[in-house]
Ligand binder design. Structure first.
Ligand code: GLN
Ligand code: ZN
Length: 760
């Protein structure tokens, strides 16, 4: 067996390829342009490249099995035979069954996709039934280990841990009431035991089991399950050494539980859960183990202060038998390589580290801790100085700072709702059960071509504007003809609802190759919010004002809210998020003032990310919701009572955030409800929500066109819970991913249904 100490390591690495090679290859495979062996060879090249790169960088221990064709949770489900019957019945080969679970086919819907903890990565939710039998199916972790070995590289296979896997899974729809996937832990552990024996047989020295579910609040029973799992796995005679990793926060009560088991190593996230550092020396069980200190941030793009990281590590030295250093979590969540971005401003560059640079930071830190005197002095001095110089060079805007400092509570409140409602009713004259859409209309190939042509210089700014204006006019005419009450301009000019604003605000930087996997083949290029934020010029006014000039019906201005702008960007960490959010909010507040001055009577501020950035631990939620709601209110409270503020939220499971949604104090809130049968209206009524609400009656995630009868029934149900004066009829999200062939009849049916219910 191959058992060197862990030393300097990272918990995982990006896998889509520095130029999104994997995205392109899987998409070509799906479209039939590439066969399976072609896809497999692209994948093997990417793996080899990663292994060589990580070996050359000087890490002591390399993570393995970090590659995935789509998602590591789906890989785990496939590995243990958790494939619901409807996919098995398709009779496809192994790879196509896997993709069927990920993407669905003409016959079956895909597995549910949901967010990976509080990141912007999404995983597929395994479905487990009472009679699910786990069976080791396939050998991905072993095969990738051997593949690396054949290239001369020793890896540490990374697996989703058994308890986290079951906690992330959901009970199959036909499972009996009260059944939870965790009930099947023991039989899943049998299969993990079998896999560990096979890995040991292949010569694997270390295996990493990821248990991030334990940085969230867990019940005593769940902690007991964790203990049972690792007592059992660590008692196996035939197994590699075990590293259990908990990241995205502090393991809390789970840390002493793991420390009491016989696993050899535990990785802790000291960036997202720095408070763990104080408790670690008191946990005696750690003294016989390797502690992997995650001190280099794995999910943001700032360069580390190695001196501070080394000091922190030094305080932990006596707490464990061996101390290893690592990133706080997998590097999956950051772009590959800063060196691919020659156009970034050099002062800014010196503040950033992407995956490749973070590996170097870990390696340097490892040398520092192993007492390499020359490295110590040089690296620490250099890093400290560069970080300081970088921060000093950070964009500072004293005007914005002064505005934030001078904010008063009254800046975050509007006139009472009753007064606003009366002013808006008078100004807008809308019918009861008014109809609207969420903002975007289908992004046709013409629209995308215009954007590409502008990028390539085939058309100039004026030519582009002309094409966008033509599109806006077309969308306005269509909505008039369909008979909607509050119109939108359709958002043809927007590539992405955050990037569009970030590109127009000062304080953001943009990368060319800074792609990060969001889910499957979908990648995003988050903007980097690095300095004080301000708005040099109006951002959306010319489009909204133009749209309003075309029609007598009210047009809704369309903005993205401060919480969502922060959630989908990499955000500076040198000041509280609340302050950063307020700076963004002030820019939006000025934009709303300009929209109002241009004659817009309705403005929507989208906050689809409000719930997704909710902290994993309940105790941190109030603080988050306070600043999140505060920033939204700051953005919108400058609006006159007669300006109607809408907000849009993309989900219906409100749970923890329902009070916050009320706190936003928007005049109209549109939400997803089509898939939850309007239950949400009762939930809102229960907390005394008394403003306008638009439960989405039409699921835009599906190409299906709802008919008038169905929409009428949904609106009848809704009108029983909310009086028609406050009720809106709308789809449940933007229409940009749909085709006109679907949108056109669906919106007509919606308007017909609303008229019918209005008449009743
Ligand atoms: N206004 C945006 C749109 O319609 C909202 C998108 C979203 O909520 N994700 O596309
Ligand atoms: Zn939405």
């Amino acid at each position: 067996m191959n058992n060197p100490p862990i030393g300097a390591t990272v918990l995982g690495y990006p896998r889509i390829g520095p130029n999104r090679e994997l995205k392109r290859a899987v998409e070509r495979y799906w479209s039939g342009a590439l066969d399976e062996s072609g896809l497999r060879s692209v994948a093997a090249d990417l793996r080899a490249r990663t292994w060589h790169e990580l070996t050359d960088s000087g890490l002591d221990s390399l993570p393995g099995n970090t590659f995935s064709y789509y998602d590591q949770v789906l890989d785990t489900a496939a590995l243990f035979g958790v494939v619901p019957r409807r996919y098995r019945d398709l009779g496809l080969g192994e790879l196509d069954t896997y993709f069927a679970m990920a993407r669905g086919t003409a016959e079956v819907a895909p597995l549910e996709l949901t967010k990976w903890f509080d990141t912007n990565y999404h995983y597929l939710v395994p479905e487990i039934a009472l009679d699910t039998t786990f069976a080791l199916s396939g050998d991905k972790p072993v095969a990738e280990y051997l593949e690396a070995l054949a290239l001369g590289v020793t890896t540490r296979p990374v697996l989703v841990g058994p308890v986290t896997f079951l906690l992330l899974a959901k009970a199959a729809p036909d499972a009996p009431e009260g059944f939870a996937p965790l009930d099947l832990l023991d039989s899943l552990l049998d299969r993990y035991a079998e896999l560990l024996a096979i890995l040991a047989g292949a010569g694997v020295g270390w295996v990493q089991l990821d248990e991030p579910a334990f940085v969230a609040d867990r019940t005593g029973a769940e902690l007991a399950a964790l203990r049972r799992a690792y007592d059992r796995l660590s008692a196996l005679s035939d197994r590699p050494r075990l590293l259990v990793a908990g990241y995205f926060g502090d393991l809390g009560d789970a840390l002493p539980v793991l420390a009491d088991t016989a696993v050899e190593a535990i990785a802790v996230d000291l960036v997202a859960g720095p408070q763990a550092a104080e408790r670690i020396p008191t946990i005696t069980g750690l003294r016989r183990k390797t502690l992997v200190a995650g001190v280099i941030e794995g999910r943001n793009v700032w360069r580390a202060d190695l001196r501070a990281a080394a000091t922190l590590c030094a305080t932990l030295l006596g707490s464990a038998e061996t101390l290893a250093v690592s990133t706080s979590c997998s590097l999956l969540h950051v772009p590959y390589d800063l060196d691919a971005e020659p156009d970034l401003d050099p002062a800014l560059r010196s503040r950033f580290a992407f995956a490749r640079q973070k590996v170097d930071e870990v390696v340097t830190l490892g040398k520092v801790l192993s007492g390499d005197g020359v490295v110590v002095a040089e690296a620490l001095a250099r890093s400290g100085e560069e970080v300081r110089r970088g921060v000093a060079a950070a964009r500072r805007d004293d005007v914005v700072r002064a505005r934030v400092a001078a904010l008063e509570p009254t800046d975050r409140s509007r006139a009472p709702y009753a007064e606003r409602a009366a002013a808006q009713a008078e100004r807008l004259g809308l019918p009861p059960l008014a109809t609207t859409t969420i903002g975007s209309f289908p992004q046709t190939s013409d629209v995308r071509r215009a954007r590409a042509d502008r990028r390539k210089g085939i058309i100039d700014e004026a030519g582009y504007d002309e094409r966008m204006r033509a599109e806006v006019e077309r969308v306005i005419r269509l909505q008039e003809e369909i008979g909607l009450d509050v119109l939108v301009h359709g958002e043809p000019e927007r590539n992405d609802m955050v990037q569009y604003f970030a590109e127009q605000l000062d304080g953001f930087a943009h990368t060319e190759f800074g792609w990060v996997q969001s889910y499957g083949s979908r990648c995003v290029r988050p903007p980097i919010l690095h300095g004080d934020v301000s708005r040099p010029a109006p951002m959306t006014v010319r489009w909204s004002a133009y749209a309003q000039s075309l029609t007598a019906k009210p047009v809704k201005g369309m903005l993205t809210g401060p919480v969502t702008i922060l959630a989908w960007s990499f955000v500076r960490d040198d000041q509280p998020l609340a302050d950063t959010a307020d700076q963004v909010a002030l820019a939006l507040r000025d934009e709303i003032a300009d929209l109002a001055a241009a004659g817009l009577a309705v403005v929507q501020v989208d906050e689809p990310a409000l719930r997704e950035t909710l902290p994993l631990r309940a105790e941190d939620r109030k603080c988050y919701l306070d600043w999140a709601v505060g920033a939204f209110r700051l953005a919108t409270a400058g609006a006159a009572p007669s300006t109607q503020i809408h907000t849009h939220l993309c989900y219906s499971e409100f749970g923890e955030v329902i009070g916050a949604i009320d706190g936003l104090d928007a005049d109209v809130t549109t939400i997803e409800a089509a898939r939850s049968h309007m239950e949400i209206l009762d939930d809102l009524a229960a907390i005394g929500f008394a403003r306008g609400v638009g439960p989405g009656v039409y699921d835009i995630h599906s190409p299906r066109v709802p008919d008038t009868a169905e929409l009428t029934a949904l609106l009848r149900e809704a009108v029983r819970a909310v009086p028609a004066e406050r009720l809106w009829g709308n789809p449940d999200c933007g229409l940009k991913t749909r085709r006109y062939a679907e949108v056109n009849p669906a919106l007509r049916n919606l308007v017909t249904a609303a008229r019918t219910v209005r008449g009743e």
